[in-house]
Structures are given as structure tokens and as C-alpha cells.
Design a binder for this molecule. Structure first.
Ligand code: PLP
Length: 406
């Protein structure tokens, strides 16, 4: 029988635990490099100017109410989201072989995809993640009982991609495995394959009949250019893959708490493609109904408005360049400062890596020393959120790193 008493204590989520410890710290120079949320140069959350504008427009719209959205979400939002990731001129969209379901941000999209695959992917495949990956991937796929495995990704020696290791593991995986790929701005390493390497991966996945599952949480954050950051996904679609995509609008719209996201499924071309996608959409709708009934409206309305309006879209691109640009400036400044001080080690990876994060190469011992001595809060694996650095704290942080490395 069930005994409430017997429920064991679960470990605290490491990153949200870190955030609580940061908040409780009264030191005036404390630095928060934990959670991957954009901060402005004063370490404050930033509401994108274009989002403020969209909110004003929505506030004045007399037609809006608090009725339920459809099960698959706000259609103007999901169709614009598909165009954003696949390209407005995508043959998959033109041939109506995509379906899109609005989800609880990127997490919900990964979950809906995992649940769908657990139910319909034959042969009990394993899902392969990069090592390391976003920690939640493990929990989400484990929750739906898909066995997990990893492929090497990060080379400790070069602090870049372990491409040979990655290819070998993907090639050794049983045929028809699910391969989870970060579409761009890999979390936590900030290391992405080059276009040539993506092309090789596509050949390899094809040979092995693997199923690509793209997780896209940072479109626009890697390069500041939306199309460039979607290149890998679009290339795989061009190569005829059947695949799925989990898309988050938390970071690129700064809509973290509004949970705006989308799950897309793309089938291969063929005479029955439209019928196939119709059946897939019907199953996704049933799964969605049993899990959340209908997705939340507010964030989808904001993102949908911006994605569908040419002027607002241009302003959004400007805001994205502001965020990506500030992060790139911080990368350059941090590398320059460490090199200037002659901090032992090489630091070119700070500027080679892209997106929100940098995998510094600092050890767990050094990370803990930074926390205890310098009040710098960062993940134990040495990852820092570049957005936590600014012109006021970068000197302090660089000096603290210099001290623990010596
Ligand atoms: N996938 C990756 C790789 C991420 O880094 C994140 C956020 O950190 C997500 C998905 C999902 O985030 P959210 O659920 O806030 O959209």
C-alpha cells in the first residue's frame, strides 16, 4: 500500500538552488552567473522594447478575452513559429508536411516530443544526448521511460567539439536511435558543429536511419541572426529527414515566465505525407489534451504579434542583436582581461564559444572556491552565463578567476 512516509527526499535542482543561495548572499559585489537568463549591463532582467510595444497593442485590443486557446494553441503563433525555424520558403511547409503544437515553452516541447516518441516510435529505441547536455533532457526522457545514452561532445583538451568521438558514438548506436541535437548555441558548452560537420552528421544519421530530435532554445542568440542559427535544422529538412523540433521563445523574446514554445513534427516528402502529418497532429492533440488541455495565451499572443508584423519583427531582430552583441562584447573583454593578467591556461575558448554560455574549464573545486571566497555563483561544471557579466563586474570576476587558477 502507499505510504506517504516512504517518499524519499529528492535532490534540489542545482541551478535553482544556486539562484536561492545567490539571493540570500548580502555581499555587495556578488556575481550571478548561474541561470541562463539575459541580463542588461546593470545585471537587471531586460524586457525587450519590442515586447513592451506588443504588450501595449494587446492591452488596447477590445477583441481579446480569457477564453481557452484551441488544444494545439494559437494558430497564428504556431504557423509563424514554424516559418521562423524552417524558413518561410520551406518546401516542408509548402507541401503541408509539418504540424505544430504550442507547448509550455521549450521544456514542454521536449516533453511532448518525448511522450509522442515513447508511444509511437517502434522498437524501444534509446535517445542519445551530447555529453554534457542540458540536465533536464535526462529527466524528461526518463519520465517517459525512453532509455538514455550519450555521445561525446566536449573535448576537455581543446575546449571545443570532440567531433571524432561524437561521430563514433552515433555510428556505434543501434540503427533507428533517437539523436538529440542542439540546433544552435549548445547548452552548456557554447560549442556548435561547423556547417561542414553538420553535413557529415546528416550523412551519418541517414546511413544509420537515426531520428533527429532538434532542441532549439537559442535561435538568434548564437549569431544574432535568426536564419543563420536555424541553418542546421533547415539543412536536415532539405536532406529529407523525418524529424522533430522543440522550440523555445523564453530566451529570444525574454518571455521566460510566460512559457511560450512550440513542438514541430516534419515528415519526409511523399504522396501520403499530408495524410501522415494529419494523423500525427491528431495524436499530438490527444496527448496535449491529457497533459495540459490548452496552452497559455499571453506569451503566444506577444510572440505571435511580433512574428506576424513586419515592422515589429525588424525591431525584434534589433533587440536580438543588442542581446547577442552585449554578450559577445563581454566574451572579448573577459578573454582580454585574463590574458592581460597572464592567468595560467589558454582563454581563446571564451570567444570561440557562442550563445548564452561559456564552458570555462574551471574545475568543481575552483568553482566552489569562487563561490566561498569571491561570492561568484556559477554551475559546478564550470559553465557561466555570459549574460551575468557586465562592465561593472567583469574586472572583479576576472581577478577572482585569476586568483583561483593560480
Ligand atoms: N533546451 C535547452 C537546451 C535549454 O537550454 C533550455 C533552457 O534553458 C530549454 C530547452 C527550455 O527552456 P524553457 O522551458 O524555459 O523554454
Amino acid at each position: 500500500s502507499f505510504s506517504a512516509d516512504a517518499v524519499p527526499q529528492a535532490p534540489e535542482d542545482p541551478l535553482f538552488g544556486l539562484m536561492a543561495a545567490y539571493r540570500a548572499d548580502n555581499f555587495d559585489k556578488k556575481v550571478d552567473l548561474g541561470i541562463g537568463a539575459y541580463r542588461d549591463n546593470d545585471a537587471k532582467p531586460w524586457i525587450l522594447p519590442v515586447v513592451k510595444k506588443a504588450e501595449e497593442i494587446l492591452r488596447k485590443d477590445p477583441a481579446l478575452n480569457h477564453e481557452y486557446l484551441p488544444i494545439a494553441g494559437l494558430a497564428t503563433f504556431t504557423s509563424a513559429a514554424a516559418k521562423l525555424i524552417l524558413g518561410a520558403d520551406s518546401p516542408a511547409i509548402a507541401e503541408k508536411r509539418t504540424c505544430s503544437v504550442q507547448t509550455i515553452s521549450g521544456t514542454g516541447a521536449v516533453h511532448l516530443g518525448a511522450l509522442f516518441l515513447a508511444k509511437f516510435y517502434p522498437g524501444q529505441p534509446k535517445v542519445y544526448f551530447s555529453s554534457p547536455t542540458w540536465a533536464n533532457h535526462n529527466q524528461i526522457f526518463s519520465n517517459v521511460s525512453i532509455p538514455i545514452a550519450t555521445y561525446p561532445y566536449f573535448s576537455k583538451s581543446t575546449k571545443g567539439l570532440d567531433f571524432a568521438g561524437m561521430k563514433k558514438a552515433i555510428s556505434d548506436a543501434p540503427d533507428h536511435s533517437i539523436i538529440l541535437l542542439h540546433a544552435c548555441a549548445h547548452n552548456p558548452t557554447g560549442v556548435d558543429p561547423t556547417r561542414e560537420q553538420w553535413k557529415e552528421l546528416a550523412v551519418l544519421l541517414k546511413q544509420k536511419s537515426h531520428f533527429p530530435f532538434f532542441d532549439c532554445a537559442y535561435q538568434g542568440f548564437a549569431s544574432g541572426d535568426l536564419a543563420k542559427d536555424a541553418w542546421a535544422v533547415r539543412y536536415f529538412v532539405e536532406q529529407g529527414f523525418e524529424l522533430c523540433i522543440a522550440q523555445s521563445f523564453a530566451k529570444n523574446f525574454g518571455l521566460y515566465g510566460e512559457r511560450a514554445g512550440c513542438f514541430h513534427f516534419v515528415t519526409g516528402a511523399g504522396t501520403d505525407a499530408q495524410k501522415t502529418i494529419g494523423r500525427i497532429a491528431s495524436q499530438l492533440a490527444i496527448l496535449q489534451r491529457s497533459e495540459i488541455s490548452n496552452p497559455p495565451a499571453y506569451g503566444a499572443r506577444i510572440a505571435g504579434l511580433i512574428l506576424n508584423d513586419e515592422t515589429l519583427f525588424k525591431e525584434w531582430e534589433e533587440d536580438l542583436r543588442t542581446m547577442a552583441g552585449r554578450i559577445i562584447t563581454m566574451r572579448k573583454a573577459l578573454k582580454a582581461k585574463l590574458e592581460e593578467m597572464g592567468t595560467p591556461g589558454t582563454w581563446n575558448h571564451i570567444t570561440d564559444q557562442i550563445g548564452m554560455f561559456s564552458f570555462t574549464g574551471l574545475s568543481e573545486k575552483q568553482v566552489l572556491e569562487l563561490r566561498n571566497v569571491a561570492h561568484v555563483y556559477m554551475a559546478k561544471n564550470g559553465r557561466i552565463s555570459m549574460a551575468g557579466l557586465n562592465t561593472h563586474n567583469i574586472d572583479y570576476f576576472a581577478k577572482a578567476v585569476d586568483k583561483v587558477v593560480r
